[in-house]
Design a protein around this ligand. Structure first.
Ligand SMILES: [Zn+2]
Length: 128
């Protein structure tokens, strides 16, 4: 789902998309100048491979994200929100929600690189 930056106004634009077992649901809203506010929930089940034992395991996601999407370079720093700069070769800047979701999922994958069993065994070894 691609959305043109200039199409987003002060009326929130709802979206919902699904990727495997993950639902990405929220809205986009004009924030100021070249900034768009994105508020969304990411929920569902994500299958991962443990970095230690290689077994597949699932995590349940239920996250709220709130970020500013910046058309081009972000030049302010007075917004207390995470900012994601978007650069486009095309004349009209677009927001690609699939790309956003997959980059969020990549983040989770890098955070949860161990299954609960391996985390457990780490914990036990620290105790000894
Ligand atoms: Zn493991």
């Amino acid at each position: 789902m691609k959305i043109l930056f200039r199409k987003i106004g002060s009326t929130p634009l709802d979206f919902e998309l699904k990727s495997d077992n993950i639902t990405f649901k929220g809205f986009l809203e004009f924030y100021k100048r070249n900034l768009i506010l994105l508020k969304a929930d990411i929920s569902g089940k994500l299958s991962l491979d443990c970095g230690t034992c290689n077994n597949a395991f699932d995590i349940i996601l239920d996250e709220n994200i709130e970020i500013l999407l910046c058309d081009g370079e972000y030049q302010e720093d007075d917004d207390n929100l995470d900012v994601m700069e978007l650069f486009s070769d095309e004349q009209d800047s677009t927001i690609n929600l699939e790309d956003l979701l997959s980059s969020e999922i990549e983040l989770y994958k890098s955070e949860y690189y161990k299954c609960s069993k391996c985390q457990q065994s780490d914990f036990t070894s620290y105790e000894v």
